[in-house]
Design a binder for this molecule. Structure first.
Ligand code: HEC
Length: 396
């Protein structure tokens, strides 16, 4: 019953996180698009630009002011709850999926033998420390050189990715890099962007000259948020892709994907400007294919696992390994505590089911140590070697 309720909690919180996340990133993409598409020629009277759009059967006309309108309207719309609720539901999801089940989702005893409370403390600590380090950098003299700042920030992110893969399971490490970036993005909205907009409004209401520095600072933070959206979106779906997070170079793969996706974002940011760079998308595509090739199983030495015999094995041995190490979770009715239904829909009970999953079993237990998840059922090297022999030479 507990497992059943847990699955529904996961479903509902995840769904909500997706909805508010779409609202946040959608609004952010929309305003970036507006900014890039304003018609700026020949505008007067404090207007920076305007544009016409048609959507949902109606025509829209928008204007952007150079600084602010002469008089503030009665209703001024703000965009902040999209960001705040994305963070809140994200933290809730982190708790439901990763902290509630820390032993299987966050900890990998072959990486570091942590107790759940230690892993959770490292996770939460990462989010907090990341924000203070990032915020400190943005307030340091480095902020005057945005490109250098971006480079340092990226180097720190790679360091964080590497560090987390040294203590967590691959997927736990990835999600915490994403959660750390997401926390910084939302904190940018909460601590810098919204306060500076409020100060702007206050200055106008009291008839004072707005402080230009505030706007600049907010612009820097929103630039960062802009470039971080695509990397974060990848990390949020990364748990479906063990070829990335369960690879031995998982942190480097993440770094490469961050660079590629931030590059793609850059292409869209400057697409409308005279200095647009048409080569970015093809280069990003080539880089992605190169990354796939370098990390593909083809590139791995075909060396069998230690203890492999290089001959066909008895079916009874294969079946016994699968039944003792996998079937407690991967059954129509899982016996493993915390599982209400077969994970990922994979059932490994009958011979037909096991044979049909041969390629998957090879990928997740022989080519990598992804399964059993967190090695909770204590699978040995010899057993992996035995499955490797079965995959290559068959069974009797
Ligand atoms: C403690 C429970 C548990 C055990 C034991 C376990 N798994 Fe899994 N398995 C999971 C979970 C949870 C997922 C879903 C992971 C995800 O969402 O990516 C999964 C997913 C899978 C998948 C689908 C994911 C993919 O990349 O194709 C395969 C195949 C799989 N397991 C095979 C195995 C094999 C083979 C064993 C035994 C050697 C095993 N599992 C043991 C929990 C378990």
């Amino acid at each position: 019953m507990e497992a059943f309720i847990h699955e529904w909690a996961n479903l509902l919180v995840r769904w909500l996180h997706l909805i508010v996340g779409i609202a946040w990133i959608g609004a952010s993409f929309y305003f970036n698009w507006l900014e890039n598409n304003l018609e700026r020629q020949g505008k007067t009277g404090g207007i920076a630009g305007d544009l016409w759009a048609v959507h949902g059967g109606g025509f829209y006309y928008l204007q952007k002011f150079e600084v602010a309108p002469p008089k503030l309207p009665e209703t001024l719309h703000w965009f902040k709850w999209e960001a705040y609720t994305t963070w809140m539901t994200g933290v809730a999801l982190l708790i439901v999926v990763y902290y509630y089940n820390a032993q299987s989702m966050l900890i990998d005893s072959s990486v570091a033998d942590l107790a759940p409370w230690q892993a959770i403390a490292i996770g939460i600590g990462t989010l907090i420390v990341s924000w203070f380090v990032y915020d400190g950098l943005c307030k340091s003299p480095l902020a005057k050189q945005p490109k250098l700042l971006a480079l340092v920030g990226f180097a720190l992110l790679v360091l964080l990715s590497w560090g987390l893969t040294e203590v967590f399971s691959g997927r736990g490490a990835y999600i915490h890099v994403g959660a750390a970036i997401g926390t910084c993005m939302v904190a940018n909205v909460f601590r810098v962007i919204i306060p500076s907009q409020k100060a702007l409004v206050r200055a106008m209401e009291t008839g004072q000259e707005p402080d230009g520095r505030l706007g600049k600072n907010a612009l820097l933070r929103s630039r960062h948020n802009n470039y971080l959206t695509l990397p974060v979106l990848f990390i949020m779906i990364s748990n479906h892709f063990p070829s990335t997070y369960a690879h031995e170079w998982n942190w480097a793969i993440l770094a490469a994907l961050m660079v590629i996706s931030a590059g793609v974002r850059h292409y869209f940011n400057i697409r409308h400007l005279p200095e647009k760079k048409v080569w970015i998308l093809p280069v990003a595509a080539i880089a992605t294919v190169a990354l796939m090739l370098v990390t593909s199983p083809m590139m791995k030495s075909e060396a069998p696992r230690e203890g492999a015999t290089g001959a066909a094995v008895a079916w009874a041995d294969v079946e016994s390994v699968i039944h003792t190490r996998c079937s407690s979770c991967h059954a129509a009715e899982p016996q493993f505590p915390g599982y209400a239904s077969p994970p990922a829909g994979v059932v490994l009970e009958t011979r037909e089911q096991i044979e049909a999953r041969k390629a998957d079993i090879n990928r997740v237990t022989v080519q990598s140590n992804y399964m059993p998840i967190g090695n909770l059922t204590g699978m040995t090297e010899e057993e992996r070697a035995l499955l490797g022999d079965w995959v290559r030479f068959g069974s009797q």
